[in-house]
Design a binder for this molecule. Structure first.
Ligand SMILES: Nc1ncnc2c1ncn2[C@@H]1O[C@H](COP(=O)(O)OP(=O)(O)OP(=O)(O)O)[C@@H](O)[C@H]1O
Ligand SMILES: [Mg+2]
Length: 274
């Protein structure tokens, strides 16, 4: 008998039905922590929603779910409809999100789970959530190449795309190389690399300063037959908006960082699924 990741046929059917209604699934990941995966995920999601796309955000970072705070929905909770399906939290009519942080009693409560628990939760996020028709499902991952992106890859079996986030320093790049290999080995279609906090743009004279000693991201991209999709500058307002749960791109879309989010969003839209 062939090994199946689903417990039964009904579960497999519910999974297939949910996924068949989602045009593109993009997993945002990085071998390194704190490089801006979640910030990139929510700002791109917001940009895509602003372009008339139907967007879902799925937070599979169970130990450090940042999505509720970044989306300003920390006080909201997941609910279910009459049929028992989980309703994702609505941010706008075309933008919904699911996170374990929308289930916990307190933000101070840790999730103490081993791999199988995370696998079940991810399965539920697909099978039991009423996502409806989506243009994009953006999945925010924890750092590294552990259970969460692995589970997503196994479930989606070559159907997902990856977006790799790094900062410019060599110490980040060496970990991010692992993510690129991971994405290749697990059959993700890699959209490219986002270099976050790449440089600083002086607000007075617009001069770019490369404040970190940059590693060779171009070479990493070439080695992995992929491209640099964009370079987002360090912008204190990105952080301030995240802390306040407001979308940087909605308030500051015309700043250098805002325009770069737009540029990356447009490239993603134009890279239609093959
Ligand atoms: N371009 C930027 N300019 C300034 N601050 C930024 C930028 N991008 C992200 N940040 C800030 O850096 C911090 C880390 O970002 P974020 O939580 O998105 O990283 P992460 O990679 O998702 O982290 P983790 O690995 O813990 O999931 C946050 O405080 C965020 O506001
Ligand atoms: Mg994060």
């Amino acid at each position: 008998m062939a090994f199946s990741i689903f417990s039964n046929k009904d579960e497999e059917k519910r999974f297939s039905e949910a996924v068949s209604k989602i045009k593109r699934i993009i997993v945002v990941m990085s071998g390194k922590g704190g490089v801006g995966k979640s910030s990139v995920a929510v700002n791109l999601a917001y940009y895509l929603a602003s372009q008339g796309k139907n967007i879902g955000v799925m937070d599979v970072d169970f130990h450090g779910p940042s999505i509720p705070k970044l989306l300003g929905i920390e006080n909201r909770r997941l609910d279910s409809d009459r049929s028992g399906k989980i309703m994702p939290v609505k941010i706008t009519d075309s933008f919904h999100a699911v996170s374990i942080g929308l289930v916990l009693d307190s933000v101070d409560n840790p999730v103490i789970w081993r791999g199988p628990m995370k696998t079940s939760a991810i399965k539920q996020f697909f099978c039991d959530v009423q996502w409806g028709e989506l243009d994009f499902l953006i999945i925010d991952s924890p750092p590294g190449t552990g259970d969460e992106p692995l589970t997503v890859a196994q479930f989606l079996n070559g159907r997902a795309e990856s977006l790799i986030v790094t900062t410019p320093q060599e110490v980040a790049i060496s970990d991010v190389r692992k993510s690129l290999s991971f994405a290749e080995n697990l059959g993700f279609r890699n959209l490219g690399i986002v270099v976050n906090m790449s440089h600083f743009v002086c607000p007075h004279c617009n001069e770019k300063s490369y404040i970190f000693n940059p590693g060779n991201i171009k070479r990493m991209a070439d080695d992995h037959n992929t491209e640099i999709l964009g370079e987002i500058p360090i912008e204190p307002l990105v952080s301030e908006c995240g802390d306040k749960g407001g979308f940087f791109v909605s308030f500051y879309g015309k700043t250098p960082a805002g325009l770069e989010f737009e540029n990356i969003g447009e490239k993603i839209i134009s890279k239609k699924k093959e």
